[in-house]
Design a protein around this ligand. Structure first.
Ligand SMILES: Cc1cc2nc3c(=O)[nH]c(=O)nc-3n(C[C@H](O)[C@H](O)[C@H](O)COP(=O)(O)OP(=O)(O)OC[C@H]3O[C@@H](n4cnc5c(N)ncnc54)[C@H](O)[C@@H]3O)c2cc1C
Length: 437
């Protein structure tokens, strides 16, 4: 039973992403690592592979290195939520209305970018416009979501609309919420099929994609960069760091700025079609308004429910995985108590890359390019910023992004270990409880 140990697991439950059943990341090339490349991309997720496509199409000789398999990181583990980022408006308002508008506009461009990339490379990844509903945990939160939509609508066109509690069963078969906000333009995607399709498209364009290829000893030297892969010395003229929540100790600069945050998901066993219809009448993407995030969706074939939330135990042990899955199942049963009789077939987790200002950053560090810090919403943004930074590497105007304009800050007492996370999750959890008192 693969280290999962509780009565609510199916007999064949696994501690790997549900997505991997159909598209498991695998080591792309067993060839020997060449000793030089024109462009080295470290990290084979959405960021790295989107960048690789742009650079290869521009005629560059590109090599992608992933420490595990291409797509093994967050890119094949996420919930597959892909939408216009109205939620970023609020965060950006602290820099003024113009910035907020530009952030949301880029978010729309990011969504369109994924649609275009998928269409151009003919990637079969269940990308579909399905809509999204965010349930308000209290009447007060419902009002505040409404005010937010109004505020955005004054600055730019906004197709989000409020759904009162009396009509919420059209959106979700749950009584947990006090109405909510609906966003019809939202999409769902099968993330592992998407990232696998990106790797294959890059290879078709001549990009060398290596798995089991951890880059270490990265340093700048005359005319370029030097590093080690599988014990071999390699040189490159340009380097892109696309390691986001898995950046670890690659560069001290990033270790002090990217906060690795755990996020986990569970998938139910197949549910009866009439129950799925009742719980998820629109087969759309769903979430609650809590600060400690809970999001859920149907599997692309509409037979199961996949739910995600913050998890703290990233040890990967049987005990840690079981504790995390127990917590996530508890969230699921609060939304849909009728699922108590159904079992969990998959649990997995991955690492998000958070930043102190809650914005992604596109930066140049010691001559090396970096894009990351998607704060948990990276399906569209990692794809988009991967392509933007590739254009910056080419010296193109298309490289422009609002995320290059912000200063990338650290904080004292942070050196890569998020010691404050349990405290933050506890604190926000208490605020959620306070809201619902
Ligand atoms: C559980 C979970 C749920 C999420 N849900 C959503 C969602 O529904 N919607 C959404 O928009 N976003 C979501 N996200 C966020 C989104 O998945 C990420 O922002 C996005 O995938 C980041 O892509 P990336 O290419 O930058 O990084 P990753 O996909 O994490 O890739 C980084 C890669 O770098 C490699 N690497 C690290 N160090 C080295 C090294 N030294 N040498 C070589 N390779 C190295 C790793 O092996 C890894 O494969 C979720 C994330 C997680 C973890």
């Amino acid at each position: 039973m693969s280290g999962l140990n509780a009565p609510f697991f199916t007999d064949d439950a696994v501690a790997t992403p549900f997505w991997w059943d159909e598209a498991r990341p695998n080591d792309a090339s067993a060839d020997e690592i060449p000793s030089s490349t024109e462009v080295a991309i470290i990290g084979g997720g959405f960021t790295g592979l989107n960048a690789a496509l742009v650079l290869a199409r521009a005629g560059k000789q590109v090599t992608v290195y992933d420490a595990d398999a291409p797509g093994w990181g967050a890119s094949s583990r996420n919930g597959g939520f892909l939408g216009p980022g109205w939620a970023f408006f609020d965060t950006a308002m602290r820099y003024g209305e113009d910035m907020a508008r530009r952030v949301v506009e880029e978010s729309f461009q990011s969504l369109q970018h994924v649609k275009d990339v998928v269409a151009k490379a003919k990637i079969d990844c269940d990308l579909k416009v399905v809509g999204y509903f965010k349930g308000a945990m209290t009447p007060r939160i419902y009002d505040s979501l409404g005010r937010n939509i109004e505020r955005i609508g004054k600055v730019m066109p906004c197709d989000a609309h409020m759904v009162p509690r009396s009509e919420q069963h059209r959106e979700v078969g749950s009584d947990l919420y006090h109405g909510g906000v609906a966003m019809p333009g939202y999409c769902g995607i099968h993330p592992a099929k998407y990232v696998k399709g990106l790797a294959e498209a890059a290879q078709r364009l001549g990009v060398a994609v290596f798995g089991n290829a951890r880059v270490t000893d990265l340093q700048q030297r005359a005319g370029g960069f030097a590093f080690k892969v599988r014990g071999r010395d390699v040189t490159a003229r340009q380097v892109l760091i696309a390691t986001n929540g898995y950046s670890g100790g690659l560069l001290p600069y990033l270790r002090r700025r990217i906060i690795p945050v755990g996020s986990g998901l569970v998938t139910t066993e197949k549910l009866p079609p009439e129950l799925m219809k009742k719980l998820m009448p629109k087969q759309q993407m769903l979430a609650g308004s809590q600060r400690v995030v809970t999001y859920y969706r149907p599997s692309p074939d509409g037979t199961r429910i996949i739910l995600g939330g913050r998890v703290l135990d990233m040890s990967g042990t049987s005990k840690g995985n079981t504790a995390n899955a127990t917590y996530l199942r508890g969230l699921l049963l609060k939304i849909f108590p009728e699922l108590g009789a159904y079992r969990i077939s998959h649990y997995w987790h991955g690492q998000l890359g958070f930043t102190f200002d809650h914005f992604p950053h596109v930066d140049v560090v010691d001559g090396m390019f970096f894009a990351g810090g998607y704060n948990g919403t990276g399906v569209a943004r990692a794809s988009w910023l991967g392509s933007r930074i590739a254009n910056q590497m080419l010296g193109n105007d298309q490289g422009k992004t609002v995320y290059s304009e912000l200063s990338f800050e650290s904080r004292p007492y942070f050196n890569g270990k998020p010691w404050f996370l349990p405290l933050a999750v506890w604190y926000y959890g208490m605020l959620d409880k306070w809201d619902q008192r």
